[in-house]
Design a protein around this ligand. Structure first.
Ligand code: COA
Length: 438
């Protein structure tokens, strides 16, 4: 008997599926571009009849209508990564949104499983079209999606025919409680053209990547630009959180072969794929690309099993001690930790591994230095000075590992924007980081 026959009583409309959610229930969605739009929309449509429904997820690319003022008391949102809408709602400090900080990404599945306050009544996810036996993939996002179905008491799935069928983790659709068959467009993730500063930063970062290294890159202009600078490298591998079209280009160019990977050789390991239709078609049933949940891809002990694991991530500011803030601006939560610390620590555990943190030397049209003497009150340290290897700006590379406090401060001042170097030097002297001149 095929899955459709087995599940015939579970196949319902989105409205029917969410009609079982009650006031006071906790509902966890698949994260980011894996969000199931039809199910979220149907839940929001019930907003006025529900009370105190807790909505738990990371960043959302969707409309997030449940954050609207009119749903106060109907929905409350707990987020573990902010996009703009949740960030703005949280900044109002009016109790509609809570931020779940203090836990790195690979530990989130465990946190939801063991903390009864967070244990969700409902999980809502998107999947690809199942095969005859009911096996499907989590499409573009396995990272937190598989933990959602693993953790939630009841699961509603949206079968979205637009979702690619990615190798690696599979889901047996017959285990779902309700199944909704509905196509939704995938949230597009485009390529970003780098500006001149970004190209310089990318040049420096690429110069640190060795042949046969296994790389972790994120999304955005900088990772795209770095990838373009890697075309002369040999036999790179991929173990990452998010795989993008830039990686596809390097596979097609024969640069990424995964030949020397010490963990899962021959395969790009990722927790999600983000790109265009062409990219999703490339990933569909591609045996060279495997998706796994974050408690595999982001576990530092797993990452560290790769030889020469090279992680490259962005940040918001670095202080003269070499501490990195990637989450807060002016004392307010801006984004989240995501997998950054996981990958930095994984690189530390890897034989020959390195972690690179890259940033523009300034923000706000050169008005603000992103290399600062110390962080403002409320700004957090995402990566401690014990975990940082290299900081890169458009002015060069600061190699911090195994350096004295003085050497660190001097190396960071040397890659700050020239107009801030004198001021930073004076502050470093006042802080006792470098000796008084003369
Ligand atoms: N002070 C004040 N404002 C600052 C600032 C600073 N030090 N640094 C950046 N900003 C402002 C920018 O001007 C920009 O504002 P705008 O939107 O008004 O132009 C905004 O903050 C975002 O800065 P930007 O440098 O463009 O950020 P980004 O989009 O490149 O994202 C992070 C950088 C660090 C926020 C993002 O990479 C992140 O969330 N990282 C943590 C998670 C992670 O690394 N995941 C991947 C691991 S696999």
């Amino acid at each position: 008997m095929g899955w459709r026959e087995q599940c015939k009583d579970k196949i319902v409309t989105a409205a029917e599926a969410v009609s079982h959610i009650k006031s006071g229930d906790k509902v966890m969605f698949a994260d980011w571009i894996g969000e199931p739009p039809a199910l979220v929309e149907a839940l929001v449509a019930r907003g006025e009849e529900l009370e105190n429904v807790e909505i738990i997820h990371g960043m959302s690319p969707g409309p997030q209508a449940y954050l609207e003022e009119k749903y106060r008391g109907h929905f409350h949102h707990t987020a573990f990564f902010f996009g703009k809408k949740a960030r703005d709602a949280y900044a109002k400090n009016d109790g509609r949104v809570d931020y779940l900080g203090g836990v790195t990404y690979h530990k989130w599945p465990e946190m939801f499983a063991v903390n009864p306050d967070l244990n969700p009544h409902w999980g809502m996810v998107s999947v690809s079209v199942p095969d005859e036996n009911g096996m499907c993939s989590f499409g573009n996002t396995c990272c937190f999606t598989e933990p959602v179905v693993r953790t939630a008491a009841k699961v509603i799935v949206q079968i979205n025919p637009n979702m690619p069928n990615v190798c690696g983790t599979k889901y047996d659709i017959t285990k779902a409680d309700y199944i909704v068959e509905q196509a939704s467009p995938l949230y597009p993730i485009g390529r970003v053209e780098p500006d001149e500063k970004t190209k310089k930063i990318a040049d420096y970062c690429a110069s640190l990547v060795e042949d046969h290294a296994t790389i972790q890159l994120g999304i955005g202009a900088l990772p795209d630009a770095i990838a373009r600078n890697l075309t002369s490298k040999k036999d790179l591998g991929v173990h990452t959180e998010t795989m993008t079209e830039a990686i596809m280009d390097l596979i097609k160019a024969g640069v990424i072969t995964n030949k020397y990977k010490t963990l899962k050789p021959g395969v790009c390991v990722t927790s999600q794929i983000a790109g265009s239709e062409e990219f999703y078609a490339f990933c569909n049933n591609n045996p060279m690309i495997e998706e796994y949940p974050v408690d595999f891809t982001n576990d530092p002990y797993i990452i560290g099993q790769n030889y020469k694991q090279t992680s490259i991530n962005g940040c918001l500011e670095v202080n003269l001690l070499g501490e990195v803030n990637s989450e807060t601006v002016d004392g307010h939560q801006y984004s989240g930790i995501g997998g950054q610390l996981d990958h930095v620590r994984g690189a530390q555990l890897s034989k020959g591994g390195i972690s690179i943190i890259a940033l523009n030397s300034t923000a706000k049209h050169d008005a603000i230095s992103k290399i600062v003497p110390s962080f403002a009150p409320g700004n957090v340290t995402t990566v401690s000075r014990y975990d940082v290897d290299y900081i890169v700006t458009e002015y060069g590379i600061a190699a911090l590992k195994y350096k004295t406090v003085r050497q660190r401060a001097e190396a960071l001042i040397a890659i700050a924007h020239p107009k801030f170097r004198e001021e930073l030097t004076q502050k470093a002297i006042e802080m006792g980081l470098i000796p008084k001149q003369g």
